[in-house]
Structure formats: C-alpha cells, structure tokens
Write a protein that binds this ligand. Structure first.
Ligand code: SF4
Length: 215
C-alpha cells in the first residue's frame, strides 16, 4: 500500500512554522504601509510599552534584543527621528539616560502588540490544545534562543523567580517568587516585565525539572 507521506514529521512542522512566520510578516508589512518598521524597531517599541514605569537604559534594550551597543544606538537614532521615542535623564543618576516612548510611539507599540488574526486562529483550539501549544512554543523559543536566532525571551522557564513543581497541586504546581504565588503551565509567561534571567546553572536545573514532570 502506498504511504500517505514520506516527508519527516519535523520537516512538516518546520514548514508549518515558516508559513505562520510568513503570514505574520506579510500582515505587518500590509498594515504598516509607509510606517512599516523593521523587526528590531518593532520589538523595541513593544519592549518599551511593557516597561512603562520602569527605567530602560540603552544597555537593557541591547541585551533584550541580543545586539551590540553600536547597532542598538543606530536603531534608536532612527526611532528618535521618526518621533517614536525620546531620551529622558534618570532621576537617580543624572549621568544615565533612559529611553521612553513618545505618544506617537505608544500608539504604534500598542498596534504592534496586538495580533487579532492570530488570536482568531487559535480560538477554536480546546484549552488543553492551547496549553500544549504554549508549552511547545516555549520549547521552540528556547531552542531558537540557544541557537542565537532570536533575542532573549523573558519567559518563566528562564527566570530566577521560577520554581517548577514546588507544589503538590496538579493545576498550579509551579511557584513565582516575585509575586509569591502558585501557578500552572496554562499561566506560563513568554514576555514578563518582571523577568530576571537566572544564572545558567539554575536555568538548566529549572528547565530539566519543568521538562521532567511538566511536559
Ligand atoms: S517574575 Fe514573571 S517570568 Fe519570572 S517566574 Fe514570575 S511570572 Fe514568570
């Protein structure tokens, strides 16, 4: 009997992910029109929106985007010329400047932080499927991060406050020490403003603990 498909499963998953990435890119291009922002600029605006009320020096942006200081400085100059961001002197240290969104930048960042078509695309998934997809996405993001393909994601699984399976509770087994609360896989975050990267060894230990019983 003939086989339905010879193509390895991983190839088909990669193909599917590439199609989703292409859809996101072309949508951003269509919606942005003349204002279309390259990915680094768009990510910077999203980051600054998440950090409203927190100090955001240039070094933090460079670290978040995993790019060099000269690269981020040049990119910030472009965003400043577009009127999306401004430099503000730190209240604590007058030698330090933070980057903040202007009103125009806030509007653009809010637009860039919404993906209504992606929300619509996942609305028919069951709760269990959504949690599975979230966990699979976290694993893919971490691998891409390790390969240096994407910037550091502020995910629970790499956070110093994350305590996987700290509780004997099927629904909420994990603990966030930042808010001192139990939570489950369905509440794992992929872009948390309070995230602080754990040391490498602790990240690895947490990752193994989460995978062992949480996958
Ligand atoms: S601080 Fe944020 S990223 Fe860290 S464990 Fe808590 S919720 Fe997760």
């Amino acid at each position: 009997m003939a086989e339905v498909n010879h193509e390895p499963l991983q190839n088909r998953i990669a193909n599917g992910l590439a199609k989703i990435a292409l859809a996101i890119k072309s949508r951003a291009w269509r919606e942005g029109g003349n204002q279309w922002l390259p990915p680094l600029q768009a990510q910077t605006l999203r980051l600054l929106l998440k950090r409203v009320g927190h100090d955001t020096p240039v070094s933090l942006i460079a670290q978040d985007l995993a790019v060099t200081m000269p690269t981020v400085s040049e990119m910030l100059r472009v965003l400043m010329r577009k009127g999306m961001i401004k430099r503000v002197q730190s209240k604590d240290d007058h030698r330090v400047f933070n980057i903040e969104l202007t009103a125009k930048g806030k509007r653009e960042a809010a637009r860039l932080s919404e993906w209504p078509y992606l929300l619509a695309a996942t609305q028919d998934l069951s709760q269990a499927e959504q949690v599975s997809l979230l966990k699979a996405t976290i694993k893919v993001i971490r691998s891409l991060q390790d390969q240096g393909e994407i910037s550091t994601a502020r995910m629970c699984v790499t956070c110093r406050y994350f305590r996987p399976h700290a509780h004997q509770d099927e629904v909420n087994p994990h603990h966030c020490e930042y808010v001192d609360a139990a939570f489950g896989d369905h509440l794992l975050r992929v872009d948390c403003s309070e995230h602080q990267a754990a040391p490498d060894e602790a990240q690895q230990a947490n990752w193994s603990a989460w995978l062992k019983t949480g996958s």
